[in-house]
Design a protein around this ligand. Structure first.
Ligand SMILES: Cc1cc2nc3c(=O)[nH]c(=O)nc-3n(C[C@H](O)[C@H](O)[C@H](O)COP(=O)(O)OP(=O)(O)OC[C@H]3O[C@@H](n4cnc5c(N)ncnc54)[C@H](O)[C@@H]3O)c2cc1C
Length: 498
């Protein structure tokens, strides 16, 4: 088929899927007043692929000479990862910091199962890598959109999947094995854009033990498969189409839905893990490596936007020369640029998977970058709110500004620095309000993994032997241990002045 148009994508969603939003069953997800925001945002992927300005970045010719989306390709070297990054950055810059979602999250899941399934096959004699390859080809040939369903609803977070008390379905599990496939049950939470995706790629969200075997499952399934119900996340936007009051949230609705699997049949050829519990954690971890790179990439674009809003607001308020404001702008610049640099570094220092021609982003750098920007996001919005003032909380709505009876009053009294139209100031205030919402705080903290997940990874990857060798050398501790970097170094101080 080659690459699809936006219209072909929209038409493909009329497939009987079971979606709820704001208390009602939605029969037409494309023309629903709120879900259409998500559909339009996702369709940007397809519009850009058709655009000659971006086609060479976003697509490649396949063996048949047809254009295919680059993001479906396995990542084989540094250049591939850097190109993937440029793609995410383009998507994010176009969509106000939120990369268009047709393939954004699930491409990282596809990369994860691509890297890990050969490990499973080598150890267990399975044939999952071939299933992944066939699936990849299918996705590429039909240019489908997909969502990545990793996060289980989990129940009691202190208990492993098989040890849950209230019921056994807090994590998606295999409830029946048939000759031609498996039947799965359970639910995944916060699955971005699932109600508007063609396919769902399902992976485990944590490491498992042997008694969690039934939960060590990965597969792909069409979003309209029998037994799947999707309940949309409550939309942030209160008035679709009101770009003055909701400049971002009326343009992007990610729809992080709950996806329920009520005895869904998955044919064998779409199964990528079936009980090999030792590899559940590998898939979750590998998804994290790829998805944290995506996170720092789009977040750098979002931080450009936030820092720009702060700098503009400082000018509009006439405070850009005050030291405390310049300090905040400097700090915001550091956060923005460091996030960008670390994302690039995770690609430059990528890791080659042994016995393969595949690479993945440097896990240490990717995890540090995600933790760094998410840990500092609340501080960043605090600074921007500080620069903007209380008006972020109290500004009347666009309806009052558009009302001729109050417009002149608002123009006169909401003015800032001379020469800046009041309307520009008010629009910027709304942008800052949208960007510093509770949704933005939570997505930054938890999406792409909670802080504890990054801390676990960083601690596990830390080269404490190197750090300890440095400390022992400086403290003159000679305990008989050698270190390849520190032991061969010359004595110091050298007393060269004697
Ligand atoms: C906007 C948004 C979009 C998202 N999109 C997707 C998506 O497309 N696909 C997807 O699969 N997921 C998605 N996620 C899910 C995201 O990965 C999770 O929110 C994140 O991993 C945290 O899981 P949780 O929300 O279940 O929080 P919880 O796990 O409930 O976390 C609450 C607290 O409990 C702690 N905790 C939980 N379990 C343990 C444990 N075993 N040991 C120690 N501490 C623990 C956490 O560290 C945290 O402090 C999205 C999330 C958000 C907010």
């Amino acid at each position: 088929m080659g690459i699809r148009t936006a219209q072909q994508y929209f038409d493909s969603l009329n497939d009987g899927r079971v979606v709820y939003c704001l208390g009602e069953r939605v029969n037409d997800v494309v023309h629903h007043p709120i879900l259409s925001i998500c559909a339009d945002w996702m369709a940007v992927d397809y519009a850009l692929q058709q655009d000659p300005r971006y086609q060479d970045l976003l697509t490649e010719k396949n063996d048949r000479g047809e254009r295919a989306s680059f993001v479906f390709r396995p990542q084989r070297n540094r250049a591939d990862l850097l190109r993937l990054r440029e793609i995410v950055k383009l998507w994010a810059r176009i969509c106000f910091g939120k990369p268009t979602g047709a393939k954004f999250v699930a491409k990282d899941g596809l990369n994860a199962v691509t890297v890990v399934t050969p490990r499973v096959d080598r150890k267990c004699g399975t044939h999952y890598a071939q299933n992944v390859e066939t699936y990849r080809q299918y996705m590429q040939d039909n240019d489908l959109s997909f969502a990545l369903a990793m996060t289980d609803v989990k129940g009691d977070r202190g208990l492993r999947p098989s040890k849950q008390v209230q019921h056994q379905d807090f994590y998606v599990r295999i409830v029946e094995e048939r000759r031609d496939g498996i039947v799965v049950r359970g639910a995944k939470a916060h699955i971005s854009q699932a109600p508007l995706a063609n396919e769902l790629l399902v992976v485990p969200c944590r490491g498992m033990r042997e008694d969690d075997k039934a939960y060590a499952v990965s597969f792909a399934v069409p979003a309209n498969a029998k037994g799947i119900t999707m309940i949309s996340a409550e939309p942030e936007v209160k008035e679709p189409g009101n770009y003055f009051d909701y400049p971002i949230s009326s343009s992007v609705y990610i729809n992080d839905a709950m996806v329920i699997f009520d005895d869904v049949f998955i044919p064998n050829e779409r199964v990528f893990l079936k009980g090999e519990w030792q590899f559940a954690g590998d898939i979750a971890y590998m998804f994290g490596n790829f998805h944290r790179l995506s996170a720092e990439t789009y977040k750098a674009a979002e931080l450009e936007l936030l820092t720009g809003a702060a700098a503009l607001m400082a000018e509009y308020n006439g405070i850009e020369k005050f030291t405390h404001v310049q300090e905040k702008l400097t700090w915001l610049t550091m956060l923005t640029e460091a996030t960008e640099i670390m994302g690039r570094a995770a690609c430059e220092h990528c890791v080659t998977e042994p016995d393969s021609d595949l690479v993945y982003p440097n896990p240490m750098i990717a995890n540090i970058a995600k933790l760094y920007f998410s840990d500092n996001w609340h501080q960043a919005t605090k600074y921007v709110q500080d620069i903007a003032g209380g008006i972020v909380a109290t500004l009347p709505s666009a309806k009052d500004y558009m009302n001729p009876e109050t417009r002149d009053l608002m123009d006169k009294y909401f003015g800032g620095k001379a020469g800046v139209p009041t309307e520009n100031r008010l629009r910027l205030v709304r942008l800052i309000k949208d960007m510093s919402s509770a949704y933005e705080d939570v997505i930054t903290l938890h999406a792409e993994g909670s802080p504890a997940a990054q801390k676990l990874a960083i601690h596990a990857l830390a080269d404490f032997d190197r750090y300890k060798a440095a400390a022992k050398r400086a403290a003159r501790i000679h305990d008989g241990t050698d270190h390849p970097i520190y032991s061969p170094l010359p004595e110091f101080p050298m007393r060269l002045s004697k």
